[in-house]
Write a protein that binds this ligand. Structure first.
Ligand code: SF4
Ligand code: SF4
Length: 429
């Protein structure tokens, strides 16, 4: 059997390849199709390309690779699809194949190193982020940003620097106890996944989440040495590493005696809910993975499902909400954050036009495909500015970074916050 076909039949089942009925309902929601108006940049077109590739009708070429990397992985097509096409699985598996065959490229080597050698260990990620923090606080950065030369000579590097998260002084898991208790008798036993980027760059949001959970009557288990959930690896063609990370996290949280595993990061939550699928061919882990996935809840989902009512003070903030793709399309969570936001007394909430459209962050898409990412960000910022809101709320670290950069780019005073931050600040003490 041809080597290419052999690999594909291993990785992409016929069930996945034949789900699409070519109805075209997904075209209008696809951000990349919206820009090019080319069939090949649409979900339907990409599925055709993947199928043709799987049947050896087309060979691996620049166009095929480019269309696969142009796709944001936003999953808007899955929400729109009446046939239940699991596009993301097809896309992830194809990227995994492409990744294994990728030719020597400097960018790929750096990316592989970061994904496989840094992002696989919380200790290494912390060391890496310390170095980044020193740079962020150094005179060198101030100097590089004060002269236009950096921007002019290395525009891509400059944008990467601008989009990088501001590293927290202390990682959240160094501040959060392994067991946090509420003031009164606990009503729920939950575990908390600190995330990788959330842990080192959004420590304050993780601390806010713990506070909200404590006020909600939760006993919270936050084991040390948690690792990345593997979502970034899976989206960038490193499925084997993603599986190893999934197994590590399953083992780490095993036997803690928790009912729900809470996530405050859309991408992590969506991916951990899929561990059951990811490890479905691993006899030792299939059952454990399914059990683990069944307990994962986004924080907004948990608050609404348990009908948690907190005592909020009055606020007069004018806010809007951006749906993170992996919350709305990946987990079907969109009403819950809105319900919580609207329950804040005095809040002035305006819907954002095209709120479910990707902001262009898409994991590390904003770094790998900067120009395309900026097109999606420009559309998003135009809609945000049109709301006249003072605050944009969202539920994913990538969106926070991208929209904060967007606010800077557009000289806008709009604040970009995780919705849990507003919630925590609104709780009456
Ligand atoms: S994942 Fe997003 S960008 Fe990719 S095909 Fe689907 S809708 Fe289009
Ligand atoms: S909506 Fe679903 S079935 Fe219809 S063309 Fe798109 S992917 Fe195929």
């Amino acid at each position: 059997m041809d080597r290419q076909k052999e690999n594909l039949s291993d990785l992409i089942s016929d069930d996945l390849l034949t789900q699409c009925i070519h109805c075209g309902m997904c075209l209008s929601v696809c951000p990349t199709y919206d820009i090019t108006k080319l069939e090949r940049s649409s979900p339907r077109g990409r599925i055709r390309l993947i199928k043709a590739f799987a049947k050896n009708e087309i060979s691996l070429g620049k166009l095929f690779e480019d269309e696969m990397s142009f796709c944001l992985g936003c999953r808007a097509c899955e929400t729109a699809c009446p046939a239940g096409v699991e596009y993301d699985k097809l896309h992830q598996k194809t990227k995994d194949i492409l990744n294994k065959r990728s030719k020597f490229k400097f960018q790929n080597i750096i990316l592989k190193y970061f994904l496989n050698k840094v992002l696989t260990s919380s200790t290494k990620l912390k060391s890496f982020s310390r170095i980044l923090l020193y740079y962020q606080k150094s005179w060198l950065r101030k100097f590089l940003h004060s002269i236009n030369l950096f921007k002019t000579i290395f525009p891509k590097l400059f944008l990467m620097d601008e989009l990088s998260p501001q590293i927290s002084d202390v990682a959240s898991d160094d501040l959060i106890d392994e067991i946090s208790l509420p003031e009164n008798e606990p009503k729920y036993n939950v575990a908390f996944h600190v995330g990788c980027i959330m842990n080192v760059a959004f420590a304050e949001i993780n601390l806010d989440t713990i506070e909200v959970l404590k006020k909600s009557g939760c006993k919270i288990f936050t084991p040390k040495n948690q690792n990345c959930c593997g979502a970034l690896h899976a989206h960038n063609g490193e499925l084997n590493t993603a599986k190893e990370l999934a197994k590590y996290n399953i083992d780490l949280f095993d036997n803690l005696g928790y009912e729900y595993l809470i996530s405050n990061s859309a991408g992590c939550g969506a991916f951990m809910k899929e561990y059951g699928d990811l490890l479905s061919d691993d006899i030792e882990y299939t059952e454990k993975a399914q059990k683990f996935s069944s307990k994962v809840k986004d924080i907004s989902e948990f608050i609404i499902e348990k009908d948690i009512k907190l005592n909020y003070k009055k606020t007069n903030e004018h806010v809007t909400y951006h749906d993170a793709c992996h919350l709305v399309h990946g987990q079907g969570v969109s009403n819950q954050p809105r319900e919580i936001i609207n329950s804040l007394p005095g809040i002035n909430f305006d819907e954002l036009n095209d709120s479910t459209r990707c902001c262009g962050s898409a994991g590390i898409y904003s770094i790998l495909r900067q120009e395309d990412s900026m097109l999606f960000l420009d559309q998003k910022m135009e809609n945000i500015i049109n709301t006249n809101a003072d605050i944009v709320l969202t539920g994913n670290p990538g969106c926070l970074l991208q929209l904060r950069y967007g606010a800077k780019k557009y000289n806008s005073d709009v604040k970009i916050l995780h919705f849990i931050t507003l919630l925590k600040d609104s709780i009456r003490i």
